[in-house]
Design a protein around this ligand. Structure first.
Ligand SMILES: Nc1nc2c(ncn2[C@@H]2O[C@H](COP(=O)(O)OP(=O)(O)O)[C@@H](O)[C@H]2O)c(=O)[nH]1
Ligand SMILES: [Mg+2]
Ligand SMILES: [Zn+2]
Length: 347
């Protein structure tokens, strides 16, 4: 009946179990048949019912407990309920690591509590579906390495946009600095200039040598954060270095980065001393929602200083475009302008 929910409806229904959603649709369908609700589609009636706030509340035989999801598998997830770890069945909405959820006495995930923040991307298989990678994180640490694999500024840009859209704060962590010296090192680190200009906190690290860890600890203290980035950049190694007791499995560089070396296969929340971090599997390509020029430009705060002749300037071909002029002058970093153009094309 409603496997293909429009996105706005899906979002509104996310906190209901499948069963409750079914009930809601049955009611809407009855209303429509009775002729009392004429306007709009079934989805519209469902939205109205929800808005009337007489939507069915979760009904459990016994009161549900609330806990935080720290691991998500295919059919079950693991939830920390008052410090105790329980495995709960997923038969309704799909929770993400970091989510606060109700666990029924029967051991199923019920309602997902409203998310304070999220890091989400379109489902690679179905771009209309949102895949929430982590929920309720204060900070997202984008981990990149300077070698094996080399720095990919474009991936950083995509992450920064998704992080901002989801309401968390970004931290850029550059790992494996032990692999570069001298001019080569300077050249690689110069790629970070656009992010320095943006004011994103940047930590230079070597998980191997223990460099930068104190700074990372200081930046992340007291928060829930997630480590994201390509496979092989050293996310798991950094977390192990932050807390020796963790012993998370790490991949071998010799096997070639990013190809079949996905040591971390599911996101997991780890409790470290003084902070909580979520290790995520490497994501090869991080897609973004398609955005129009005006929406996309909002994620480039450095464009605000530019004055364009046209108010709805797309900063592409228009005459007297301030953004283009400033990027030619280097006031707006040309790399960032180029990123904007690429993202606009949906590249
Ligand atoms: N040289 C060097 N190698 C590192 C460093 N951090 C991690 N590695 C290596 O990079 C590989 C991938 O690390 P891993 O932590 O599994 O990366 P992840 O996929 O991002 O979790 C492993 O072989 C690590 O030993 C570092 O700071 N320097
Ligand atoms: Mg890993
Ligand atoms: Zn312009």
């Amino acid at each position: 009946l409603k496997r293909d929910l429009p996105r706005d409806v899906a979002t509104k229904l996310a906190h209901l179990t499948t069963n409750e959603q079914d009930k809601l649709y049955k009611r809407a369908s009855k209303l429509r048949k009775s002729g009392r609700e004429k306007a709009g589609s079934l989805h519209d009636i469902v939205l109205r019912l929800l808005a009337e706030d007489d939507a069915p509340l979760p009904t459990y035989a016994e009161p549900a407990a609330i806990g935080q999801v720290f691991w998500v598998g295919r059919k079950t997830c693991k939830v920390s309920v008052g410090g105790e770890h329980v495995e709960a069945r997923i038969d309704g909405a799909l929770p993400s690591v970091g989510d606060e959820v109700e666990v029924s006495a029967a051991g199923a995930v019920g309602r997902i509590l409203p998310r304070r923040t999220k890091l989400a991307r379109p489902d690679p298989g179905n771009p209309h579906l949102e895949r929430v990678i982590v929920a309720n994180v204060d900070k997202v640490v984008v981990v990149v390495s300077v070698k094996t694999p080399p720095l990919h500024p474009r991936l950083i840009d995509r992450y920064l946009i998704a992080i901002e859209a989801g309401g968390a704060q970004p931290v850029l962590c550059v790992n494996k600095l032990d692999l570069l010296q001298g001019a080569e090192r300077d050249e690689e680190l110069a790629k970070l200039e656009p992010y320095r200009q943006l004011g994103v906190p940047i930590v230079l690290c070597s998980a191997e040598r223990g460099e930068g860890l104190d700074e990372l600890r200081r930046l992340l203290a007291g928060s829930l954060c997630a480590f994201v980035g390509h496979s092989g950049v050293g996310k798991s190694s950094l977390m192990n270095a932050l807390d020796e007791r963790l012993g998370i499995e790490t991949g071998a560089v010799s096997e070639g980065y990013g190809r079949g070396t996905h040591t971390t296969t599911a996101s997991t929340l780890h409790e470290l001393e003084g902070l909580r971090v979520i290790d995520t599997p490497g994501i090869r390509s991080f897609g973004l929602w398609k955005m129009g020029p005006l929406d996309l430009a909002l994620y480039f705060p450095e464009f605000e200083q530019a004055r364009c002749r046209f108010r709805d300037c797309t900063h592409t071909v228009e005459p007297q475009c301030g953004v283009r002029a400033l990027s030619e002058l280097g006031v707006i970093h040309p790399v960032r302008y180029e990123t904007y153009l690429r993202l606009l094309e949906g590249a």
